[in-house]
Design a protein around this ligand. Structure first.
Ligand SMILES: [Zn+2]
Length: 399
């Protein structure tokens, strides 16, 4: 475990920020403030002042609620840390127990769809349990932790590359002011597509991850800030053909990767958006790149191809720059081979929900013996990373 103390601080403090917002609800027909608060098991006297202040523009002169409008309740939505409520909120055992009871009541009443253990979302009625000060204090600590974390991003990535591939110096500043969010598909409990060769299982995730590390290194050597959203401190850039299966991947903030696909997608996108919000300043450029390996029937060869969000012109332009670069490289290195890569608009969850423009790269068919060579040869993995890097420069018109 590298940078343990920073990582720990980060886990404790940064996580909850992702959902640190108030629960918004719509009143039922004829519902008063009193009955709305009571329906959510909140004591009227304790919570009424906050409620009126928070929703002052949406309350009629007779203190009535409007149907169809949303009201903020004194309930914070906090991301559960997958351990316990006490450490998620940094509170005492008795209060944690009350919050646990509260969360099971709201599920029983049908107000919340699933248990916090399933959706990793805790409802925290912070006024009800006098937690207001604790939570505010924690938000401050969290901001400090976030700062420390982001300042250490370069060092952390460099550790992930491994001793042999560490960056010793930044070569140029071509990509200064550029932020990249690299997601290697799958990871943790999900190996992605699986191929077989020489008695080895080829796991999509391992190959996508190796290439994303190589690409990260190239980008960082040109002064870019790179966020490896999925990372594994037990793997490094590898010169092996057959990458060992691991499943030890985590998210950039130390969170475990959920085994539920919908949560997994949301975890990653939330992190991308959270970091984006921190860095989205004037004169900055942001690009999300997600790397996968496809799986089709064995004899079907697939060249590297790309997806963008259908309505995203920028996404399409990035795809075109990447595709053109790869085509040029193939034409130069393997004349006559012909490159059949294509670009598709596809409504993918991550591309749709991430704020930065995104491109989705598919590297080939993990079942196909010839496509497998593109993945298992370390020099080929490096070539793909180099080509993607060149394509990115081209997309930004950088010579
Ligand atoms: Zn995949």
């Amino acid at each position: 475990m590298k940078n343990y103390s920073i990582l720990l601080l980060f886990i404790l403090c940064f996580n909850s920020s992702l959902f640190a917002e108030l629960l918004k609800v719509s009143p039922q027909k004829g519902e008063s403030v009193y009955s709305l608060l009571t329906r959510y098991n909140l004591t009227y006297e304790k919570n009424i002042d906050f409620f009126l202040k928070q929703n002052q523009n949406k309350i009629s002169e007779q203190k009535g609620l409007y149907l169809g409008k949303e009201y903020e309740l004194p309930i914070k939505i906090v991301k559960f840390n997958n351990k316990n409520i006490r450490s998620t909120l940094n509170i005492d055992y008795e209060t944690a127990k009350k919050i646990q009871e509260y969360n099971s009541i709201v599920v029983k009443k049908g107000l919340k769809k699933s248990s916090y253990k399933d959706d990793q979302i805790l409802w925290v009625p912070f006024i009800e349990y006098d937690l207001n000060n604790d939570i505010n204090k924690k938000e401050n600590e969290k901001n400090v932790a976030k700062d420390i974390f982001l300042r250490n991003n370069f060092k952390k990535n460099n550790d992930l590359f491994g001793e042999k591939y560490k960056i010793n110096s930044v070569l140029d500043n071509k990509l200064a002011g550029h932020y990249f969010y690299l997601i290697s598909g799958h990871g943790g409990p999900d190996p992605g597509a699986i191929g077989f060769r020489n008695g080895f299982e080829l796991h999509e995730h391992q190959y996508a991850y190796d290439i994303s590390l190589r690409l990260a290194k190239k980008l960082m050597e040109s002064g870019a800030e790179v966020f490896l959203i999925v990372q594994d401190d037990e793997d490094e850039i590898s010169d092996e053909k057959f990458l060992k299966k691991s499943g030890t991947e985590k998210l950039i903030n130390g969170d475990t990767i959920s085994s539920v696909q919908s949560i997994r997608l949301k975890q990653r996108t939330d992190l991308v958006n959270e970091i984006f919000r921190t860095y989205n300043k004037k004169e900055t450029n942001h690009l999300l790149i997600e790397i996968h390996v496809d799986s089709r029937i064995t004899d079907k060869r697939i060249d590297i191809f790309f997806y963008h969000q259908p309505e995203s012109e920028k996404g399409k332009e990035f795809c075109e720059a990447l595709l053109n670069t790869i085509k040029e490289k193939y034409d130069k290195n393997q004349p006559g081979r012909g490159y059949q890569g294509r670009i598709f608009g596809r409504n993918l969850w991550t591309l749709r929900n991430a704020i930065p423009t995104g491109v989705y790269v598919e590297l080939g068919n993990i079942q196909n013996p010839q496509d497998q060579i593109r993945l298992i040869e370390p020099s080929n993995r490096q070539a793909i990373a180099n080509w993607l890097y060149k394509g990115i420069l081209q997309a930004y018109n950088i010579k």
